[in-house]
Design a protein around this ligand. Sequence first.
Ligand SMILES: C[C@H](O)[C@H](O)[C@H]1CNC2=NC(N)=NC(=O)C2=N1
Length: 112
Amino acid sequence: MSQLSELQCEACRVDAPTVTDDEIAEYRQQVPEWQIVERDGIMQLERTFTFKDFVQALDFTIRVGEIAERADHHPAILTEYGKVTVTWWSHKIKGLHRNDFILAARTDEVAK
Ligand SMILES: C[C@H](O)[C@H](O)[C@H]1CNC2=NC(N)=NC(=O)C2=N1
């Protein structure tokens, strides 16, 4: 399978299908540190990154915001002293789309 982070995001459409269990199993191989959580019936992809202090956490937050804007696909981000929790899901389909796994992989890249 090609590198998730290099795939193109599709424009978010209300009729887009959520990922299948098989797709989740396939994609998770490339983003193994991410948890799948369900909130208000919505499946989400979540990971907490740790940092030395708040400045590093904020710098990472900005980098995540930049990749989100470039893709026009946006996460929920909780920025705290020394840690940032990033949560991806597709609002329009109230669930997980391949876009979320692509952006999770890109998030891992900007965390390095
Ligand atoms: C108009 C704009 O393109 C859409 O609202 C985009 C913006 N960013 C988005 N981000 C996420 N995570 N899900 C969406 O459905 C979504 N839709």
